[in-house]
Design a protein around this ligand. Sequence first.
Ligand SMILES: NC(=O)c1ccc[n+]([C@@H]2O[C@H](COP(=O)([O-])OP(=O)(O)OC[C@H]3O[C@@H](n4cnc5c(N)ncnc54)[C@H](OP(=O)(O)O)[C@@H]3O)[C@@H](O)[C@H]2O)c1
Length: 301
Amino acid sequence: MKEFTLVSGTKIPALGFGPDEYGYTPHPGKVHRDLVHRAFRKLKRVTIGYPRYIDSVAAAFRTGYRLFDFSAAYGDGSLITKAIKKSGVSREEIMITTRVSNRAQFNGKIEEELQRQLRGFQTDYVDVLMFHWPVTDHYEDTWLKMLELKEKGYCKILGVANCHQHHLERLKEISGVYPEIDQFEMHPLFTQKSLRDFCKEKHIQVEAYSPTARQDDRLMNPPKLKRLAQKYNKSITQIILRWHIQHGVIPVIRSLTPVHQREDFHIFDFEISSEDMQSIDDININARIRYDPDNCDFTAL
Ligand SMILES: NC(=O)c1ccc[n+]([C@@H]2O[C@H](COP(=O)([O-])OP(=O)(O)OC[C@H]3O[C@@H](n4cnc5c(N)ncnc54)[C@H](OP(=O)(O)O)[C@@H]3O)[C@@H](O)[C@H]2O)c1
């Protein structure tokens, strides 16, 4: 697997994997409040849902993914620990990322939340600690607390997520350092050129979440990407993931389908020409599919 080098000299895989929380669905169904229904759903979750989720995540580790993406907002990590064990890959081989939830930023219980995560992951450190969102009036204190947690040995690398340039500058102003990583939404519909340029100048590694815009039709159907897929004998998803990496960005893909996981992993045996890179850049329409950190309700995320 290709790797990038962080400003501290640490090597990091060029492709990340994030399964999101168990049961994640972009279109949640009706919430059943009836007791019997809830008990049935719980039984189904424990007997069918959890084992399937664990199997899928284990398959990703077996395929070779080593940069793992998670958040306290997604759960306590115990299902992931089972997946790691099931995969036969050792914990030390996996770079575990987790994030401070907005809830912990609001209630100040950041250390307690991280300790819960560590218990869930059955480990005494995570590799990368980020905050999930730059929660207004809280993210500066969160960052200072994260620096303390790093000093205590809870994590090796500090990153952030969803930070614009002004957030990054503020963090540098209050602490004297930039985070090593900023993870934000990026894909060909939303290329984030100026933020990426800023990060490059400040040696901040970019990670792209929603790297395929969750397979948005506007990305999966245009003839231009279909032609490129044909030209390189790859799928559109593979072309997009490769485009990220050639921009020096780490795409963090979600897939619970092992055949997709394998497809997404096999992107290191071809190179997109600079002309074709430019034509993918030109798809940009500045369309976010997720939230704008400068204009969202942090209590709902
Ligand atoms: N920091 C943040 O605020 C933040 C926000 C959002 C996401 N994230 C992270 O980024 C990760 C990925 O983002 P995302 O889930 O929003 O977007 P995404 O990875 O662009 O899209 C995920 C979707 O793509 C499908 N997919 C993956 N590979 C495929 C393939 N080869 N062929 C067909 N479909 C494929 C998956 O379905 P299958 O499961 O069927 O393959 C899934 O429905 C998350 O899991 C999370 O770790 C972070």
